[in-house]
Write a protein that binds this ligand. Structure first.
Ligand SMILES: *Cc1c(COP(=O)(O)O)cnc(C)c1O
Length: 228
């Protein structure tokens, strides 16, 4: 299977899942996850139609963006350390992984220096696993309210990563909870905050995520094959 064929298959599966859920396929965006993928692989995905690329490490993304240029939208999907916020703000259109106020404040400060308003998602740990990234479900709304007061970041929605399972149905309750949380935060009408985006679903479970309301699915392996 080539990257081009895989890409098209994933796009078809996204459209089919959206239709099953009575959703417009255009309401789901594919974030093509290019971590560890070579420049040739990325070029192939771009020529197949990839419009948004997801990276999980700032340094790796920086090298690729310098080499490939602004060929697509670049999203940071992985954990961000506060001391790397400065670089992330320069590189990414959307940061999916804001999970604490200190990080939000640093992104805000660095974005202000660049005269940029940085779009971000709040990463929520639905399962509440202590070692995992993400703000706990009970603290998420409060983080959104506090981060909403920062002038140079704009909250666009929520992101989650359920515990790993090879059964896609195992992810469904987590996706459903993220959607419920998003709806309840939306009802607060917090000034400047949008809950339009729900970033959830990866190669193993993106169709279930779409059925549960995902607007951004982050898919790597199903396009590029197993990572080494
Ligand atoms: C690697 C990664 C993905 C993509 O995972 P695949 O199973 O390869 O599709 C999605 N989201 C995050 C945060 C990742 O780090």
């Amino acid at each position: 299977m080539t990257i081009g064929t895989n890409f098209k298959t994933v796009m078809d599966r996204i459209a089919a899942a959206a239709k099953r859920a009575n959703r417009d396929p255009a309401s789901v965006k594919l974030v093509t996850v290019t971590k560890t993928v070579s420049r040739e692989g990325i070029r192939e995905a771009l020529s197949s139609g990839a419009r948004v690329l997801g990276e999980n490490r700032v340094q790796e993304a920086k090298e690729k963006i310098e080499q490939l240029g602004q060929v697509a939208g670049w999203h940071l999907i992985g954990h961000l350390q506060t001391n790397k916020a400065k670089y992330a703000v320069k590189l990414f259109d959307l940061i999916h992984s804001v999970d604490n106020l200190e990080l939000a404040a640093e992104i805000d400060k660095q974005a202000a220096k660049l005269g940029k308003v940085q779009d971000v998602l709040i990463e929520v740990s639905i399962a509440g696993e202590a070692a995992k990234a993400g703000v706990g479900i009970d603290d998420a709304a409060s983080l959104v309210r506090q981060a909403a007061t920062l002038r140079n970041i704009r909250i666009k929605g929520l992101m989650t990563m359920p515990p790993y399972s090879d059964n896609p149905e195992a992810s469904r309750p987590y996706f459903r909870k993220l959607k419920e949380l998003s709806s309840s935060i939306e009802k607060e009408n917090i000034p400047g905050v949008s809950m339009a985006e729900l970033s959830m679903g990866m190669s193993g479970d993106f169709e279930v995520a779409i059925e549960e309301g995902a607007t951004l699915v982050r898919v790597g392996t199903a396009i590029f094959g197993e990572r080494f």
